[in-house]
Ligand binder design. Structure first.
Ligand code: ZN
Ligand code: ZN
Ligand code: ZN
Length: 136
């Protein structure tokens, strides 16, 4: 049976960051003339999820892994302001209950600084202790 009409629609997002197209939806429709003389349409609709697992408008692309995320899951690094996906983000709790999002590189720098501070404090407290013992 020869198809009367074929229709293929591909929905893509234009990504302002990469300039590359990304497929979001593919619709494949075929109309055929049946033996009874009716025009039968059958179609296939394929939906592509975003990398964050959502079916939503693409919002941004991760600068590290290239993942496309929706508005909810996409974010920027608090330090270097680069766009990052959820997988590449590390969240750090701050005192005022808001979580800061960092990319792996910046998080490494921050935690290293904090570790050094802790070591510094440890040496300082040991020194003060020794000093007070000597004074006795
Ligand atoms: Zn990523
Ligand atoms: Zn999402
Ligand atoms: Zn960063």
């Amino acid at each position: 049976m020869k198809p009367l009409r074929r229709k293929k629609t591909i929905e893509i997002t234009d990504n302002p960051i990469t300039g590359q197209d990304r497929i979001l939806n593919v619709t494949d429709e075929t109309d055929i003339l049946s033996d009874e003389g009716s025009i039968d349409s059958s179609g296939l609709h394929r939906r592509f999820f975003l990398d964050c697992g959502c079916i939503a408008a693409a919002f941004g692309r991760c600068f590290k892994c290239g993942a496309i995320s929706c508005q909810v899951h996409h974010g920027i690094c608090h330090k270097c302001q680069m766009p990052i996906c959820l997988q590449c983000s590390t969240f750090q709790d701050t005192t005022n209950q808001t979580k800061k999002r960092y990319c792996g590189r910046c998080y490494d720098i921050i935690t290293r600084k904090q570790k050094l501070k802790k070591i510094g404090r440890f040496f300082l407290s040991a020194f003060i202790q020794m000093d007070s013992q000597n004074g006795r």
